[in-house]
Design a protein around this ligand. Structure first.
Ligand code: ZN
Length: 183
């Protein structure tokens, strides 16, 4: 099994475990600390959010090509996601109570932040070319999206649907070699 597939399975199990952490923190808040809302909800959500961030970074850290830009963007996205997530929370506040609004905000934040990491961590075309070159692959790359077309029996890119002639792909191959040499 490839490390990526292993990480995907781990991610599914991990995301399911966030619900368990939420439940256990709720038990602890109400039964041991005897907290009431919204203090209990705050503790539950803060604990679960910390668990989510640490676990997610733990699983995917090794698969990401870290640059100063990516490191900063991941930190900033925590705050930006929260700002956006306040909107659905505010709508719920109108018809329900503060605790319900907090949970909607927290769930929206989690979804937004997880989605933002997928965008921020995605490798650029140049990084993909560099990685393939490091692997010693003389790759035929899609001129539009950078997908590796090596070994394909058609000249249609399965990633973006782009259609090319052999001439165009050959021209791209030459271009890739030049680009890689410039790195
Ligand atoms: Zn493509």
């Amino acid at each position: 099994m490839s490390p990526s597939l292993s990480r995907l399975i781990l991610s599914v199990v991990f995301l399911a475990s966030v619900g368990l952490v939420l439940f256990l923190t709720a038990m602890f808040s109400f039964e041991v600390l005897h907290l009431r809302d919204p203090e209990a909800a705050t503790l539950m959500l803060m604990t679960s959010a910390t668990y989510l961030i640490m676990g997610w970074l733990g699983i995917w850290r090794g698969a990401v090509k870290w640059t100063p830009w990516r490191g900063t963007a991941v930190v900033v996205s925590v705050g930006v996601s929260l700002l956006v997530a306040v909107l659905p929370g505010a709508l719920v506040q109108i018809v329900m109570d503060t605790t319900a609004a907090m949970f909607v905000t927290a769930c929206s934040w989690a979804l937004l932040w997880l989605a933002s990491t997928a965008v921020i961590w995605r490798e650029t075309k140049t990084e993909r070319i560099e990685r393939l070159k490091l692997l010693g692959i003389n790759a035929v790359i899609c001129p539009n999206c950078g997908y590796n077309l090596t070994g394909m029996t058609t000249t249609t890119c399965p990633e973006c649907g782009g259609q090319y002639t052999l001439d165009q792909l050959y021209a791209q191959l030459t271009k890739v070699d030049t680009q890689v040499d410039q790195l």
